[in-house]
Design a protein around this ligand. Sequence first.
Ligand SMILES: [Zn+2]
Length: 234
Amino acid sequence: MSLSVNSLNARPKQPVTRTSRAPHTPSDGTVTLGIDLRSGPRYPTGVATMTKDLRLRFLGVARTDEAILAAVEASAPRVVAIDAPLALPEGRDCADPTCACADHGIMREVDRIAAREGYRPFPTLLPSMVKLTLRGIALRETLEARGYEVIETYPGMTQDVLAIPRKRAGLDELRRGLKRRGVLGIPRSRRVSHDELDAVTCALTAQLYLEGRAEVMGPGTPVPLVLPDRSLSW
Ligand SMILES: [Zn+2]
């Protein structure tokens, strides 16, 4: 087990092995799980689980796909929110720039919408994004095959809508912004990384989605890109 687990303050440590309870039955309110996915196991992928009261139940990093999946199975989330493109551009069947399907370009319709609306997303098949996108798609397909609902989320987008300073403003500002938005249980006893705080933002977005306070950008298929509802006053 290569999952790095950090217990939250004095709360009980989240088990990282599959428990005997039914895998999709939340034990502690409706759990969402946020993943700040990186392109491969060389880098730490942030993982956060959050209950309905916006309290963190687990916060840590995982590197391998196995460790990420173990974290999901351990927390039985109602929704998994992943910070990565989770689908190929419309008309593409692969990421190979020499394939005939490359005529369809490197952007999805939702990328173009996000760009028009000022969020400056990285195009899904930009060469520097290909590994992340393919990892995201594979993870989504694995999770969906196991019965989980998966959404795509961008922490920077959520942070902008909720007026939470992005991480370039500093980790303390980001942490304080999340707290102002009602997130409970961010550890104080250790340094929390920006990967982890972005995972927290993904989990928070999924909670807003379950509460009906989120919107879907673009066509919503094969996976919805979810952000806080911009028609609400935050
Ligand atoms: Zn192709």
